[in-house]
Design a protein around this ligand. Structure first.
Ligand SMILES: Cc1cc2nc3c(=O)[nH]c(=O)nc-3n(C[C@H](O)[C@H](O)[C@H](O)COP(=O)(O)OP(=O)(O)OC[C@H]3O[C@@H](n4cnc5c(N)ncnc54)[C@H](O)[C@@H]3O)c2cc1C
Length: 324
């Protein structure tokens, strides 16, 4: 039976969410193709990960090697290419993360397989991989058709799938010996540094008021801080707000900032670029305030207000006072 490989991404003793999202996508594709999904786990002392993954994939393929303790694209490429050559999966799914972006292109060159990056949709037409990519800042979806090949590679955009609860044990665990015979040190893991937290932890907040470049400058920031506080929430922002030093980096929501899932996310003057939306679309309720009715943020918002924020905030402040 054909297999769909899902490369497990883990860091600091934790399997990253993108892995479960890819397993969800891999299972769906596998059932359409009469194939099965295989979680490919490379690491060191990862037995507990393998058991967790066996509740979500038809099979877990494990390569244990001390050199694989931390992600390293050179080592991962060597191991993956040998597994792909042996098992010949139809498709290998990799996360469209810093980790996947580092690995997938050179793996594609080595294997001679087509690679589609940053996919938001995947399907097969006959035996060819078809993919959907969102381009021009989310304004256009491009349908990609690949050439016929023995195998395909794709990187999946994070945040698209909400994996359900595990179903009890599904698949078996298969140990493979490591093909890393000698030490490879072209790239070396030195240290993992977590940015120090000096203020609020936005990932823990239940209510987030988030501001974007549309607020026009740093002047209204204290007012938004006050609105956020009066709603019992915290203030967050899009990346340009950090780039312009209006707020510190720890407040940034997005693929190069934090992922948040509050009960309420109020996006003010934020256009809704995928780099932002990916990291907040899991919020229970999204409210967007934007003066452009065609802003992509309205595509993910549960409630939208098309207006200048200056007209809306005084009303919000008034309502928030009533909540105290
Ligand atoms: C590798 C990479 C990583 C990135 N990582 C991130 C990330 O982690 N987080 C992130 O946010 N972005 C990230 N970005 C940037 C992202 O592509 C967008 O540029 C960014 O999200 C846009 O921010 P914005 O919505 O605040 O600004 P803009 O796109 O400029 O949008 C401003 C919005 O405000 C509205 N507006 C203007 N005036 C008003 C007003 N008076 N009242 C109401 N609405 C108004 C406008 O209609 C517009 O929609 C990344 C980009 C790259 C290439």
């Amino acid at each position: 039976m054909a297999e769909i490989f899902v490369l497990v991404e883990h860091r600091q003793g934790k399997i990253r969410d993108i892995t479960f999202e890819m397993l969800e996508a891999g299972e769906k594709l596998a059932s359409q193709q009469g194939a099965s999904s295989t979680a490919v786990l490379l690491g060191h002392n990862v037995k507990s990960f393998a058991e967790e993954l066996a509740t979500r994939a038809s099979k877990v393929l494990v390569v244990e090697d001390a050199q694989l303790q931390h992600f390293n694209s050179s080592l991962y490429q060597k191991v993956l290419s040998s597994l792909i050559t042996k098992y010949q999966p139809l498709l290998t799914l990799i996360g469209h993360t810093a980790f996947g972006m580092d690995l997938a292109p050179s793996l594609s060159v080595e294997m001679g397989f087509p690679l589609v990056t940053d996919c938001i949709g995947l399907s097969f037409e006959e035996s060819r991989l078809k993919a959907v990519r969102s381009v021009y800042g989310g304004k256009v979806n491009a349908n990609i058709s690949t050439r016929e090949s023995k195998g395909y590679l794709a990187t999946l955009r994070p945040g698209l799938y909400s994996p359900g609860a595990p179903e009890g044990k599904k698949g078996g665990i298969v140990m493979e010996s490591s093909p890393l015979q000698e030490k490879i040190d072209i790239k070396k893991f030195i240290e993992y540094i977590e940015a120090p937290l000096t203020g609020e932890d936005i990932t823990q907040a239940e209510i987030i008021v988030s501001v974007g470049q549309g607020i026009g400058g740093p002047e209204p920031i204290p007012m938004f801080e006050e609105v956020a506080r009066s709603l019992g929430g915290v203030l967050a922002c899009s990346r340009p707000v950090v780039d312009r030093n209006w707020l510190p980096k720890e407040r940034q929501v997005g693929i190069s900032g934090k992922t948040v899932k509050p009960k309420i996310y109020i996006a003010i003057g934020i256009s809704g670029a995928f780099q932002h939306v990916t990291a907040m679309q899991g919020s229970d309720t999204i409210i967007a305030i934007n003066k452009d009715p065609r802003a992509p943020i309205f595509g993910v918002a549960d409630y939208g207000i098309v207006d200048d924020f200056q007209n809306v905030i005084p009303i919000l402040k008034e309502k928030a006072k009533g909540m105290k």
